[in-house]
Design a binder for this molecule. Structure first.
Ligand SMILES: [Zn+2]
Length: 312
């Protein structure tokens, strides 16, 4: 029976689990993520990639909470963020200086867009838990190169990562889906079912060459199902898939969270933002707008915030 073909994670393995991978397909999610924003095409493309990479990386971790993938640099795009909850809800955003973006073709190497900086992975599992964090410098032409290098250097885990995101063709309805897929394949260490030895080295090289032969056009082609995308390179391998897991776009912002955040700012700064006794705050991820009265905010703040005497 054909399964869903979009907004999912499909775990798979080759060679009886010696090589394990995951495929993330999220065309609708990317459309929903960039939809409320008027991103220049080159920025939208990078948001699509970071969302897909966030999904495919989060799906390899066991956690309860929020996984965040964040690229920061000194280039025209100074931040790209995707966060994924353990329930499969994802959102993403870019911060950038439009006037500094390179003109010309949409696909540009990472150094031109993000400059020098780093890519960080964090898992926040709530208070009183240890925060997992990994970090790698931004090097290579693609974000996927950075991710790959992180696994190879920091985790000594041979890894191949592929990602491609493409907006719907011009003239499509405004809310049309993107073509968007990421794939990761990893060679497991012996303690978890991996195998050492020259034959396995050879097998790994072959498997990665095959997966690397998938083109960006194939990865973004909605006519190819996730299973098709696995069959193409690996038709001579025994590919086993596990049940897919759904993913969806969603934002974690709320009125209560906005109030809590504003309570951490000096009252005078907040009052400067107010107009006619209310403060309007827009979520940078989903563009939801919250209008909060000054009384509502004062009800949340502690200490001397109710007094006008505060001087800083
Ligand atoms: Zn939001």
């Amino acid at each position: 029976m054909p399964g869903p073909t979009d907004n999912l994670i499909l775990p798979f393995h080759l060679a009886s689990g010696v090589f394990r991978g995951r495929l993330a397909r999220a065309g609708r999610v990317v459309a929903d993520t960039v939809g409320p924003h008027d991103y220049p095409p080159v920025v939208a493309q990078m948001v699509g990639e970071v969302v897909l990479l966030g999904l495919v990386l989060a799906s390899g971790l066991k956690y309860e909470g929020v996984f965040t993938l964040q690229a920061r640099g000194d280039g025209p795009i100074h931040a790209l963020v995707a966060d994924v909850t353990s329930a499969g809800m994802v959102r993403g955003v870019a911060r950038f200086r439009e006037e500094a973006l390179p003109k010309g073709p949409v696909t540009r190497p990472v150094p031109e867009l993000l400059g020098r900086g780093h890519l960080a992975f964090t898992v926040d599992q709530g208070p009183n838990t240890e925060r997992y964090q990994g970090i790698v410098s931004l090097e290579g032409d693609h974000l996927s190169d950075c991710v790959q290098r992180y696994f190879e250097q920091s985790e000594q885990l041979p890894t191949l990562v592929k990602v491609a995101a493409m907006p719907p063709p011009q003239g499509s309805p405004a809310d049309a889906s993107w073509g968007a897929t990421a794939m990761v394949l990893q060679r497991m260490p012996p303690e978890v079912g991996g195998k050492d030895g020259e034959d396995w080295d050879e097998h790994w090289n072959t498997a990665t060459l095959l997966m690397d032969s998938l083109t960006a056009e194939e990865l973004v082609n909605p006519a190819l199902t996730p299973e098709d995308l696995l069959r193409r390179p690996f038709h001579q391998e025994e590919v086993r898939v596990s049940p897919y897991r759904p993913v969806f776009f969603g934002c974690r912002c709320s009125r209560a969270k906005v109030i809590r955040t504003l309570a951490t700012f000096p009252r005078e700064e907040v009052l400067e933002l107010s107009k006619d006794g209310s403060v309007e705050v827009t979520c940078e991820f989903c563009k939801a707008t919250y209008a909060l009265t000054v009384e509502e905010l004062d009800g949340q703040t502690n200490g001397p915030s109710g007094s006008d005497k505060t001087e800083t």
